[in-house]
Every structure is written in structure tokens, then in C-alpha cells.
Design a protein around this ligand. Sequence first.
Ligand code: HEC
Ligand code: HEC
Ligand code: HEC
Ligand code: HEC
Length: 196
Amino acid sequence: MRSIALLFCVGLLLTAGIWVSMGDGFVGKTLAQKADDQKMPEVIVLGKDAKLGQVTFSHAKHNGGTYSITPGSPIACISCHHTAQPAAEIAKHAPLKTAWPADRATSLTAELFAKDAKAAGVAGCRECHARTGEKPKLLDAIPEIKHEGSPALITLNNMTALHRTCAGCHGEVRKTVPTSKGPIQTQCTMCHKKTA
Ligand code: HEC
Ligand code: HEC
Ligand code: HEC
Ligand code: HEC
């Protein structure tokens, strides 16, 4: 699993334009070319707009098995890329319900991505979880969610979506592994670093 992941970490993180341009109606060669170019990122710099500083995220360590929540197995792609599963599968994990592409029949795995990156259907988080005030590229509006037992409507902009995913998992891990190095929500500057 790990070696497969590493094999595809050939560098270049493409900007989030690939699927968007498909939606915008690019045709023929451009479309095929762009989807074929999508690579497994190794390290991603997130949050370039954050006043506290950008966030350097090791995609390779998080999906290749170096970091793990279940001893011996890598973190599943879909624990972060939650829309990359068939709708029927997602429905088991309410309040999640949205699949992208909507009619997809597969769940994202390293194998699926290696075999056919285009069919794997990976979209960047910010293509849906846009910054407040910006319209997401793949949705009409920034997603909102309600959890069972609470009337609160949570708007999932880029900050809230990523904080919940990243710090949410680290918080869960801390409960059983108190020495874990994954930064929890209050440890802002363990994730956000100002560049020199
Ligand atoms: C586990 C890592 C992590 C921790 C801990 C964390 N953040 Fe973030 N933060 C992120 C990521 C990732 C993003 C999303 C960046 C993006 O949109 O690409 C983000 C986004 C943000 C944004 C939005 C930036 C923008 O305008 O687009 C703000 C503001 C922010 N964080 C503040 C904080 C504060 C304050 C804390 C501490 C209370 C904190 N963060 C803790 C990872 C973290
Ligand atoms: C195609 C659009 C799309 C993409 C891509 C996407 N999301 Fe979401 N996300 C949504 C929608 C819509 C919801 C609201 C629930 C639903 O409809 O499934 C949501 C909900 C969430 C939630 C709330 C879950 C909960 O139980 O409270 C988190 C956290 C989240 N997304 C993080 C991410 C992260 C991290 C990424 C990238 C790795 C990502 N999302 C990519 C559309 C998307
Ligand atoms: C711990 C969370 C996490 C896991 C696990 C994870 N990813 Fe990601 N992945 C991300 C984030 C965050 C991004 C950056 C998205 C963005 O730029 O908005 C990303 C980006 C990507 C991209 C680039 C998308 C683009 O815009 O070009 C690909 C391809 C990808 N992931 C594939 C995978 C595959 C395949 C797996 C499983 C083997 C996986 N990811 C596991 C969080 C994760
Ligand atoms: C499903 C669980 C999970 C998710 C989701 C997750 N992480 Fe982690 N993260 C871990 C684990 C496990 C470690 C390793 C802790 C250790 O070895 O002590 C870790 C470690 C880290 C570290 C410290 C080590 C390093 O690489 O610098 C940072 C920073 C980090 N994660 C950032 C992020 C960001 C940013 C996101 C969201 C884009 C994220 N993580 C999402 C589980 C997760």
C-alpha cells in the first residue's frame, strides 16, 4: 500500500482546477489532458490566506500508513475525501449525504487512483468548502450541516471544514494516545506557521 502511494507521489500538486474546468465545459484534448495530469500530492501547503500563517500538510504521511489511527493500516482516503464514495455508502454516515460526482459507483482508494486517476474523482476541499463570501466552484453555496440532537446550523467554510477534519481526528487520537503529535484545535501554531 505504502509503496504504491509513494510511487505516485511524483511531486507536483496541481491546482484545484481540474474538475472545475471540466464543469466549465472544456472539451476534447484539454479535458483528458488535465485529468491525466492529476497526481497524488506529497506535501500540500494549505491556508495561504490565514493570518496565523500557512499550514504544511504531509499528504504522503497521512495516507501512506506512516500516521495511522488503526494500527497497521493507513488512514482511508474517504475519511478526508468524504464525497468520493457512492451516495448509498455515504448515506450510512449521516449527516453526510453528498457524493461527487453524484452518480459515482466507486470509493476512493490508492489502488483506484493508481489505476485511473480520472475515474477516482478527487476534488479539492475548497472547491466546495469555499472561504466565506466566495461561491464554491462545484456547489451553489457553501455547505451547511445540522447534527442530530442540536438545532445549530454549521456553515462549513474552508476553515470549519478543515479544522473539523484535521483537528477532529487528532483530538480523537489524543483520547487513546495522549502523546500523539497531531495538533488539536487549540494548538493553532502547531499547524499554522508564519513563513520567514
Ligand atoms: C490541525 C491543524 C490546524 C489547527 C490546530 C488549527 N488550524 Fe486553522 N486551519 C487549518 C487548515 C488546514 C485550514 C484551511 C486552510 C485552507 O483553506 O486551505 C485552516 C484555516 C484557518 C483560518 C481561515 C483562513 C482563511 O481566511 O482562509 C483561520 C482564521 C484559522 N485557520 C485560524 C486558526 C486558529 C485561530 C486556530 C487555533 C484556535 C487554528 N486555526 C488551529 C489547520 C489548523
Ligand atoms: C463536492 C463537494 C465537496 C468536496 C470536494 C468536499 N466536501 Fe466536505 N462537505 C460537502 C457537503 C455538501 C457537506 C455537507 C454534508 C453533505 O451534504 O454530505 C460537507 C461536509 C463536510 C464536513 C462536516 C462533517 C460533519 O459530520 O460535521 C467536513 C468536516 C468536511 N466536509 C470536510 C471536507 C474536507 C476536509 C474535504 C477535502 C479533503 C472536503 N470536505 C471535500 C461537500 C464537499
Ligand atoms: C488526512 C486527510 C487525507 C487523506 C487520508 C487523504 N487525503 Fe488526499 N487530500 C487531502 C487534502 C486536505 C488535500 C488538498 C485539497 C485541496 O487542495 O483543497 C488532498 C488532495 C488530494 C489530491 C489532489 C487533488 C487536486 O486538487 O488535484 C489527490 C489526487 C488526493 N488527495 C488523493 C488521495 C488519495 C488517493 C487518498 C488515499 C490513498 C488520499 N488522498 C487520502 C487530505 C487527505
Ligand atoms: C483520520 C485522522 C487524521 C486526520 C483526518 C488528519 N490527521 Fe494529522 N495526524 C494524524 C496522526 C495519527 C498523526 C501522527 C501523530 C504522531 O505520530 O504522534 C498526525 C500528525 C499530524 C501533524 C504533526 C506531524 C507533522 O506531520 O507535522 C500535523 C501538523 C498534522 N497531522 C496536520 C494535519 C492536517 C493539516 C490535517 C487536515 C488536512 C490532518 N492532519 C488530518 C491523524 C490525522
